[in-house]
Design a protein around this ligand. Structure first.
Ligand code: HEM
Ligand code: HEM
Length: 206
C-alpha cells in the first residue's frame, strides 16, 4: 500500500505575503504600463490619463504594502531568506555551470531570479519616480529614464513568462505552487527538487 508523503513547511506567511503583494502589484503595473506604452492599446482603452493614475497609485500602494509587511511581519524569516539567497555555495555554482547537484530550498536559478527581482524593483521605483517628478521639475527630466524603464519591462516580462511556465504548467515544478499558496509541499517532491533542504526540513519537523 502506498504511504502518503509527509508535508514539509516551505514558506512562512510573511514570505508568501511579500510574494503575492509583489506579484499582484507587478501584474497591474505591467498591464497599465503596456497600456501607456502601446498607443493602440491606450486608444483601445481610450483613457490614457486613467491608466497613468492607476499605474502611479499602484506603485505607491506596492511600496507601502511591502514596508507594512516588513514592519509588522516575521522579520527574522525575511532576514534568513535574504541570507539564504545571498549565499552561493559550491553546489549552487555547479548548478549555474549546467550540472545538477542537490540544491537547497531555492536552487541557484531561483536565487538569481530573486536577486534580479529585487534589483529590478529598485530600478523600476527609481526610474518611475524620475518619470513622475520630471514632469513637475524639468531639471529631473532625463532622456534615458524612459528607455531604462522600458528595458526593465521587456526583461522582467520575459522572466515573468518563464516563472509562470515553471510554477503553473511544467509538470515537474508546478507542485511548488502549493508552497507559495498553502505554505507546504510534499516531502517526495522536495527530495526530488531540493534534496539538501528536504533533508534539513524533515529532520527539523521530526
Ligand atoms: C515603483 C514602480 C513604478 C513607478 C513609480 C512607475 C512610474 C511610471 C511613470 C510615472 C510612467 C510615465 C507615465 C507617462 O507619463 O506616460 C511610467 C510608464 C511606464 N511604466 Fe512604470 N512605474 C513603475 C513600475 C513599473 C513596472 C513594474 C512596469 C512593468 C513591469 C512598468 C511599466 C511601464 C511602462 C511600459 C510605461 C510606459 C513607458 C513608455 O511610454 O515608453 N512600470 N511608469
Ligand atoms: C502571478 C503569478 C505568479 C505565480 C503563480 C507565482 C508562483 C510562484 C511560486 C509557486 C513560487 C515558489 C517556487 C518554489 O517553491 O520553488 C514563486 C517564487 C518566486 N516568485 Fe513568483 N509567482 C507569480 C508572480 C511573480 C512575479 C510577478 C514575480 C516578480 C516580479 C515573482 C517573483 C518570485 C520570486 C523572486 C520567487 C522566489 C525565487 C523563485 O522561485 O524563482 N513571482 N512564485
Amino acid at each position: 500500500m502506498a504511504t502518503a508523503s509527509r508535508r514539509l513547511h516551505r514558506f512562512t506567511r510573511t514570505e508568501r505575503a511579500v510574494h503575492w503583494v509583489h506579484a499582484s502589484a507587478f501584474v497591474i503595473l505591467l498591464a497599465t504600463g503596456l497600456g501607456l506604452y502601446l498607443p493602440s492599446l491606450a486608444e483601445l482603452v481610450g483613457r490614457r490619463p486613467l491608466l497613468k493614475t492607476i499605474h502611479v497609485y499602484t506603485a505607491i500602494a506596492w511600496l507601502v504594502a511591502l514596508v507594512l509587511i516588513v514592519v509588522l511581519g516575521d522579520r527574522a524569516s525575511l532576514r534568513a531568506t535574504v541570507h539564504e539567497i545571498d549565499l552561493f555555495d559550491r553546489d549552487d555554482r555547479a548548478w549555474l555551470r549546467g550540472r545538477r547537484p542537490p540544491q537547497g530550498r531555492l536552487n541557484a536559478g531561483q536565487k538569481v531570479n530573486a536577486i534580479l527581482t529585487a534589483v529590478f524593483a529598485l530600478m523600476f521605483a527609481l526610474t518611475g519616480f524620475f518619470l513622475w517628478y520630471g514632469e513637475r521639475n524639468t531639471r529631473f527630466r532625463f532622456a534615458q529614464t524612459i528607455l531604462i524603464h522600458d528595458w526593465l519591462m521587456y526583461i522582467s516580462f520575459v522572466l515573468f513568462l518563464g516563472h509562470l511556465y515553471l510554477s503553473l504548467i511544467n509538470p515537474g515544478t508546478r507542485h511548488s505552487l502549493n508552497g507559495m499558496t498553502r505554505g507546504w509541499v510534499d516531502e517526495d517532491w522536495a527530495q526530488a527538487h531540493h534534496a539538501k533542504w528536504a533533508a534539513r526540513a524533515s529532520s527539523d519537523d521530526a
